[in-house]
Design a protein around this ligand. Sequence first.
Ligand code: HEC
Length: 471
Amino acid sequence: MHKLVLAGAALACGPLAAQTAPAKEHNAAYYAFRNTVDQKIPPDPSLPHFQLSHSYPARNPGTCKECTWLQLNVDFTVQFPPQVSPSRWHDGHWDEYLNRILQYVKQGQDPNLKNDVGFRTTVDGKTRWFNVPWMAYDPTAGREFIHGTTNERTAHLSNLINGRNRPVRGVNFLPLMSQGCEAEWPHGFETWAVGFYNEWGGYAVGKAFPATGEPHITSYQGSRMPDGLPFPEGTVVVKVLTTNAPVSCVSYLKNSPEWQIHRHAVDPKTKDYLCRREVQISRVVQVDVAVVDPRSPTRWVYGTFGYDADLPGDTFWDHLLPLGVQWGSDPWTFPAVPQQNGLPPQQTVLNPQINIFEHFGCERRLAGPVDNPQSSCMSCHGSAYAAPGGAVSTMGLNVPPSFGFDGMCVQYSLDNAAYFQNQQPPQHFPGGRFPDAYSLDTSLQLEVAFTQYGYFHTQHAPEACKDPNQF
Ligand code: HEC
């Protein structure tokens, strides 16, 4: 997924750089745990500054009393033939399941998730939320200094128009966009997002990446895997996603929190995104969650909320519309099996009361408004693996292709059968193509961390920024 860009990087790290920045600052720990990739920070005292939360708990915090959704009686079984009831969302308590996760996530947060407060990592005087290291390494997409967001891959409009099958996250033409906006924004909108792991997740992240900043690999059930994984019961992950789509293009974003994001400047003529970053306004559009639930066949449940201006209520949280949950990739559903043998999906439950968002991906598996409709939460996340030995992880080469491959969701194929499959650590990615890759237990942020560590380990310095419209 990343091409090597050597010339620029080599120049920037020549003797001059060595003189101004003492070499000792450039060890793994320095890069792993720094707050931001931004070198030039505007001297504006009114801007918030993101602080990486990385004092990871040293011990597994034990039973999670706050995880009340784990006590709900929800059904993870599949039936042959399927009996998918249209009232499963409510009668099966999935609405309540997501609601309880949201109540936990919003504890101690600002009612309007205001720009100057952002997402708080401390709740009731205790650090509840932790960040993944190594995400402030890559100058193209790495953490900006205000809210710690990183840039998701963006697609060219031409990719979409030509029907080229390159599913990405942050495709960035939002559902129900008003007319004319596509012409005005030929490169689409950028998604910048920031994720947080609670104490259980933070404990695992800290074992995988201890204070040295180097990954710690160990053995789990006879397979090599990062220490701390699989994530323990009690783990909750939340991710806040922003878009630069203006309200004039997407009216359901009216009054959603406006965050200052130090993101790619836009060329006023071509509307190209540039490597240069500027402080600009983005709006919170989506909140994703993921929890470990040992009853699930993948041990995970993924869920998503879309911001909806039309919902009643005074706070930001009141305007989050639950779109659905997913706990597996439905390996009995097309394209994991041929169309004529495919069953309706059973491992996704969508909120039936929604007509404003497109909220499903491949064959009505769950995906969010900023997601590519040919993928789904669990399928993309099920491909989270890392190359061993500190090598650079290259999707499709030594780790699975998370963002897509030819024919994704189009026809039955071995690639689709592998991508829309369920597995648990320490199992390898299905299909046998990547026998050496370590399972990352669905964490794609850990995959980013391993990839960036791989660049550090092999090239010793970050790559120069690449064209943000293409990467
Ligand atoms: C096509 C790929 C893709 C799809 C589909 C996708 N994600 Fe992700 N997701 C990513 C990547 C890449 C990251 C890591 C980078 C980041 O956080 O910016 C990520 C990060 C996350 C995280 C932070 C923890 C982690 O695993 O890294 C959560 C939680 C999450 N996604 C939830 C969801 C939910 C819920 C959905 C479906 C509504 C979803 N994702 C769909 C690619 C995807």
